[in-house]
Design a protein around this ligand. Structure first.
Ligand code: F0G
Length: 462
């Protein structure tokens, strides 16, 4: 029997509300068919609880909104850029920052500078846009995460850790000159929001120093990762989150950031580094693809909200509430035996679709099927994170069927109440009780890149 924690106490009160309604059963049925059973193609107004993503969906604080009014909309030298630079220096310890409009733009600039055709990028685990930006300049991303990360039941506290034998294996197989850099994601999204330990980061630095390989982080969910280090790693029980973050970053050569997650803003991203060469190369290319290096695709007001959000998102009480709200939802589902990835991650609860819908073949896209069924059942919008998301092998063109076929229930920050979490849990549990009535899907349209965003499906007969 799972012991359910008390609903977490919110460290804020609500000043502005946005009305939402539950569309009728008839409307939901029609809406999901019009969307080709792809939750990315639903209209937001047809959704009651939107847990598609935690990206750009946060509620900003009064302090951030006040900052929006102080936007210095100068083309060059906006004071908000310097506030952002200072926040990056204080919180993360990097010297330089190159702003971009969001994370994938930062991935683009780093990849085009560091990757040559035929090179590989070992990473703990892939993320969709990160993989794409490695492939565009002719590289290949390879998985070096510990085996435990691929097992939804395994309770390892740091499932985002790198397996050094796997990493060594790639160096031996491809040769040192074929390693563009090692890429490390914090709170690994596709593994279920699972953290990497400080010990593993420190070891990776030593390992890469031995070969003179650069280490580039994806710090999109690094504050949540830092919280887990404090909770789970010996020696960090009383360390301030900012000190943990500073230490984490000190083991890297630079990072990319999608600020739309941990930084509590609706848009934004950056590259940060203390390496002058990486800085100069990306500062030079940002002006081609994004905008001048003191705004890089963001308005002054967006940089101000980001500078403030970067600081706010590291507050211990906030991070405790944030991760506990996700855990609360996870425990409600676990208590009803709904198969979820364990331990519950930082930003989302991931349902194991292979266990939820064992009557479906992999070619019937169980993750996609379950995500569409949850919407039709209760107007809750979730996202597939499995075979549709990973796409095809870039060399053979064959579908890849990864060990994890998941549906992600991704919780926006400071947006939904604990009662909303209970509505989601009750809806999923209700559907679980009649799971064998859910028919699979057939893919009828597949775009060339990042197919999960726009693919369309048809329902098969049971
Ligand atoms: N890296 C990670 C780990 C991400 O989760 C994302 C986006 C990106 C990079 C790209 O950043 O969206 O700002 O361009 N993740 C979103 C998600 C889309 O729903 O998980 P972006």
């Amino acid at each position: 029997m799972i012991e359910i924690m008390q609903p977490p106490v919110e460290p804020f009160k609500i000043k502005v509300v946005e009305p939402v309604t539950i569309p009728s059963e008839e409307r939901r049925k029609k809406a999901i068919r019009e969307a080709g059973f792809n939750t990315f193609l639903l209209l937001s107004e047809d959704v009651y609880i939107d847990i598609l993503t935690d990206s750009g969906t946060s509620a900003m604080s009064d302090n951030q909104w006040a900052g929006m009014m102080l936007g210095d909309e100068a083309y060059a030298g906006s004071k908000n850029f310097y506030n952002l630079e200072k926040a990056v220096q204080d919180i993360l310890g990097y010297k330089y920052v190159v702003p971009t409009h969001q994370g994938r733009a930062a991935e683009h600039l780093i990849s085009r500078y560091l990757i040559k055709p035929g090179q590989i990028v070992p990473r703990n685990m892939y993320f969709t846009t990160s993989k794409m930006h490695v492939e565009i300049p002719g590289g290949k991303m390879v998985d070096t995460v510990i085996d435990e990360a691929h097992d939804p039941e395994n309770l390892h506290p740091f499932k985002g850790n790198i397996d050094f034998e796997k990493l060594q294996g790639y160096i031996d197989e491809y040769g040192l000159d074929k390693i563009a850099f090692v890429n490390v994601e914090m709170n690994v999204n596709m593994a279920g929001g699972q953290p990497i330990s400080m010990e593993n980061l420190r070891k990776l630095r030593e390992f890469c120093d031995g070969y003179k390989i650069k280490v580039i982080y994806d710090i999109t969910r690094s504050s949540e990762n830092a919280y887990f280090i404090r909770e789970r790693e010996k020696g960090y029980e009383n360390t301030p989150i900012i000190d943990i973050l500073n230490e984490m970053m000190s083991y890297s050569d630079g990072c990319i950031h999608s600020s739309k997650k941990d930084c509590l803003v609706n848009i934004g991203g950056f590259i940060a580094t203390s390496d002058k060469e990486i800085y100069e190369a990306t500062r030079s290319s940002v002006v081609i693809y994004e905008g001048l290096h003191t705004y890089g695709g963001m308005a002054g007001r967006d940089m101000e909200a980001l500078a403030r959000g970067l600081r706010e998102g590291t507050q211990y009480e906030y991070l405790k509430y944030r991760t506990n709200q996700v855990r609360y939802l996870g425990e409600l589902l676990m208590q009803a035996n709904v198969p979820v990835v364990k331990p519950i991650g930082g930003h989302a609860v991931f349902i194991n679709a292979l266990e939820f819908l064992p009557h479906l073949q992999r070619e019937q896209w169980p993750g996609q099927t379950l995500s569409a069924a949850i919407y039709e059942h209760s107007a809750v919008r979730t996202m597939e994170r499995g075979a549709v998301s990973i796409g095809r092998d870039s060399q053979t063109g064959e579908n890849i069927f990864p060990p994890l076929e998941l549906v992600r229930l991704t919780i926006p920050r400071r947006v939904y109440t604990n009662t909303h979490m209970e509505y989601v849990a009750n809806s999923v549990i209700d559907l679980y009780e009649r799971r064998d009535t859910i028919p699979g899907l057939k893919m009828i349209y597949e775009p060339k890149h990042l197919r999960f965003f726009q693919a369309r499906f048809e329902q098969m007969t049971l």
